[in-house]
Design a protein around this ligand. Sequence first.
Ligand SMILES: [Zn+2]
Length: 159
Amino acid sequence: MTQLSQMAASGQTTLMQSTGNPRLDLSFGMMLANMANTFAVRPGFAFYNDGNRPNALALRDSYLPNTQGTVLLGRGMLFEQARRSANGDIPLIVICAHEFGHIVQYANNCHERLNRGQKTVKRTELHADFLAGYFLGSSNAQFKIVGNSSSVVRIILPH
Ligand SMILES: [Zn+2]
């Protein structure tokens, strides 16, 4: 059990289901529903206070009702990525898809198989990255240039 999951279980960490911005919440909801459908998993999703250590993580345990595992995105990570607008929404989508990839690993018992005999978690991390790439490639995401700068890209996911 990770330190955060212990904290979540004991109520020491508050899990928030809103970014505080209704429009952003709607975008997240659409993106997460798309990921859930693509990966055929139903993890709970919440934000938590990651302090000065921006992070996102996937937990095997479910902390929200009727869910399968839990994906947590630190508010620090959310706002840091939002501030770095040069790459638009892509980093946040990739981060969330990577964590969904870990939920897929847990749900299919491949987390253990990938880790077996390994000294590091490199294999499971690369596999989660692979699944995140699969999501981007399969979601028919449209990459749209916003504004005058060609470096600002927004992803419009199909509804
Ligand atoms: Zn990971």
